[in-house]
Design a protein around this ligand. Sequence first.
Ligand code: PLP
Length: 354
Amino acid sequence: MVETLNITINKNPNSKLDQVDFDNIQFGKIYTDHLFVAEFKNGEWDNFQINPYDDLRISPASPSIHYGISIFEGLKAYKNDKGEVLVFRPDKNLERMNISAERMCMPLIPEQLYYEALDTLLGIDSDWVPSQVGSSLYVRPFLFSDDDFIGIRPSQDFRFMIITCPVGAYYSKPVKVNIEDHFVRAIEGGSGFCKTGCNYGPAIYPAKLAQEKGYDQLIWTDGKDHKYIEESGTMNIMFIMDGKLVTPALGDTILNGITRDSVLTLARDWGVEVEERKIEVDEVVTAAKEGRIQEAFGAGTAATIAQIELIGHNGTDYKLPAVEDREFSHKVLKELDDIKYGRIEDKFGWIHKV
Ligand SMILES: *Cc1c(COP(=O)(O)O)cnc(C)c1O
C-alpha cells in the first residue's frame, strides 16, 4: 500500500458540539460532526472520505438490508488529563472485524486503512471526546454490502464506515438474568463468534420475553441441549466460584470479547486462578444454592463490568452475594479504567494514542 491514504476531508460547517450537554448524554442518540467512509469496488479500497455526519444513500436492493450482509465493531476512546485521546485495544477490534468479514464473504479491512481512518476521524472530532469522569467516545466501525443486486451470493461492492458518539459515565445497575432454556443465540457451525447484524436481530425477542417476566436480560445456553452457559445478553459472562475466575471457553458460539480477554489477562497477572472451560447450568445453579458463587458479572465494552445480582432458572431465583462485597470485579473495573484513562502504566501495550 501507499505511504498514506488520500483521505478527502469535507468539514462540517454546522458543528453541533455546542448544543450537547455532556453531563446528560443519552447513549446512541447524538453522533459527532463527522464520519469516515471508504468504498470497496472492483476488488480494491478507494474513495476515502471524512464527511459531515449525515444519512446514507443506498440501493434498496442492497443485500445488507435483505440478508444482513453487514458486520460491526464497538470500541471506546478516552481523554487523559493532558487532553490526549487514547483508544483501548483497537488492534483487537480490527482482528475480530476481519474474522467476521471472512465468515460473511466480505473483504478484509487493511490495517493502514483502519488506523488512518480511526486517527483522522478521532483527530477531527477530538473535542467530542468527553473529559467528564467516566465518560468516553463510543466508536462504531462497520462494513456492509453495497451491491445493487438482490440475489444471494458473495457481494462485490462494500462500504466501510466509522461513526462515533459520546457516552456518559455508565453506571450499570446490577442486573437480574434468567437462564434461557428455549431460544438460541448461536449454534456450532453458525456465526455466533462474529459481530454480524444477523446475530443480534433475532436475540431481541427472547430478551423482551425475559423482561416481561421481570428480568433485565438472559443467559444464553448452548443451542443443542441448553446444558452449558454461554453468554449474558451481549456480554461475556464470568463467575468467581470457589475463589476461582471461571468463564466459558471460546468456540464458534461465543463472541471473543476484548473486555473478557482484558479481565482474564489482569486476573492471571494478579495470580488469580482462571478456568476457561465448559460450565454446566447445573453447576452454576448448585453453586448458587450452596453459596459458592462469590461474584457473577457480564464483561463488555459498553459497561466494562455489569454485576449480576440474581440468576433465575426454571422459575426459581437465586440471589447472589451483595454487589458491594465483590472484591475481584471492583478491582478489575478500577484497574481497567485506570489504564483506559492513562492514569497508570500501560504495561500490556493496550493503549493507542491518536
Ligand atoms: C461485543 C460483544 C461482547 C463483548 O465484546 P467486547 O469486545 O468486550 O465489547 C460479548 N458478547 C457479544 C455477543 C457481543 O456482541
